[in-house]
Structures are given as structure tokens and as C-alpha cells.
Design a protein around this ligand. Sequence first.
Ligand code: PDD
Length: 285
Amino acid sequence: MRTVYLNGDYLPETEAKVSIFDRGFVMGDGVYEVTSVLDGKLIDFAGHLARLQRSLDALEMKNPLSESDWLEVHRQLVARNGVTEGMVYLQVTRGNPGDRDFAYPAADVEPTVVLYTQSKPGLADNPAAKTGLRVITVAEQRWARRDIKTVQLLYPSMAKMMAKKAHVDDAWFVEDGFVTEGTSNNAYIVKGNKIITRALSHDLLHGITRAAVLRFARDAQMEVEERNFTVDEAKAADEAFITSASAFVLPVVEIDGVALGTGKPGKVAGRLREIYLDEMRKAAI
Ligand code: PDD
């Protein structure tokens, strides 16, 4: 049985209990992070902590732990659960005000802090890196502050189900004809040596993997264009890919039934995946 973390305690997963009045449960009033573990070490931990702070600030929530305490809890859970490849999930909610109320509770209501590991042997050896993903496009119907990593994931879940029903791997959200991002990842297309991805704004999550991958791409003299792209442009691209903390870089080979380029995973995506995994393993803590 997993050992999980709840508000300062390490507990068996079946003993970790949260109130029915918790704002996370009642209002979706909480934020989260997912950090990958490779070789028993944390990938881009500093990036995830920085974004956690950003999400908390946007919602006027205090950060319940110091950076060193966050690191300690992550490392304890990885060690106690013997995780060599997988993820650490972290969630902070506005806590339990003792009743339901739309207004934020008084500042003395303590946030609820939950962390647990998910062991995924073979995470870095994902067969999808060789076969590629097939995606459909769906209407963007999430709220307008997608840059905050909140636990309100109902529409992304609905979109995943639309993808499942269409017998494909995932969905890309489309707003005013332009792709915003994937259900749980950032989206890219490639034209020649040029990597095109939507610029950062409130419209999409500021992916930690995105930041690293774009940095590595520029270091490798690849051209990066941060701008909107349409579904038609994506269908006509040479290749496409997605990034996220748990997928790293994965090629996309088909959009709405249209095969991209050769229909096989592209070279740029493959190279970026390799560079990302190499560099991030080296920098893991
Ligand atoms: N999802 N966009 C969305 C909507 C996401 O949910 C995610 C991450 C990303 C990629 O961000 P990052 O590179 O920081 O993981 C982009 C995580 C992995 C999840 O919900 O499981």
C-alpha cells in the first residue's frame, strides 16, 4: 500500500481523509502540480515549484510549505514508496472552512496539502514515442484562466472521453480556429526546421516541459515561433508533437484523421525527446 502525505503526516493511503467541506471538494478551489521521477530523482523540480507559487498567487492562497520542505516531502514519498519511474502528484486546496460558502474563508483556515506518488515503470520508454499519437480537435470550453493549474479538470476529462469514443489517443482544444493546447499537454507543429507553438497567455497552461523543450530547441539552433496556429495549418504541417511532465515529448502523427507528413513520428519530435530526457536526467535532483 502506498504511503501518502496529508497535512504534515505520512499515512497509508487508506487512512488519509479530507473533510466533505474542503474547498477543493466543494468548489474545485485548489491547485496542483505533477513532477516526474526518473532514476528515483525529480525532474525539473524547481520549475514545478515556481509554477505552484504562481498558481497560488493567482488565487490569493498562501504557500503552506517552504521550498526545502516541499523537496523533503517529495523525496520522502519517492523513497518510502520505492519509486524509480513515475510521478509525484501534489495538491493544495483552500482547506476546510467548516461549511459551504462562495466567499474565501478567513486567512486562518489552513490549506489542505496532499501528495502521493504514482509508480510508472517504463515511463521514459513509452511505446507512443515510436508509434505516435492520434488526436482529434474539440471546441475549447474550459474557463478563461487556463494558466492557473487548478484541479477543475472536468472539461479536459470530457475531452479525453471524446477522444476515447473516437478511438484516438487525445484531443486538442480549438478556440476561434486556433489550437490552444492538448487536454493535459502543450501542442506544437513543425514546418521544416521551424517549431510553432502558441505564445503564453491566460489561454493555456505555461508548461514546465514547454519551457525546457523550447530552450533546448533554441540551443540546438532550431527556429521557434511562438504564435497561434490553425487546425488547417496543423493538418498541413510536416510533424506535430505534445509536451508534458509525464509524457515528456511525444509525436503526433494524425489530426482529425489526417496523417501528418509521412504519417510516422517526426525527426524534430524524436530529437527533442532525446535531448529533453538526456538533459533532464542529468539535472534531476
Ligand atoms: N498536465 N497543458 C495542460 C492543460 C496540462 O494539464 C499540462 C500538464 C500541460 C503541460 O504542463 P507541464 O509540462 O508543466 O506538465 C499543458 C499534467 C501532467 C497532468 O495534469 O497530469
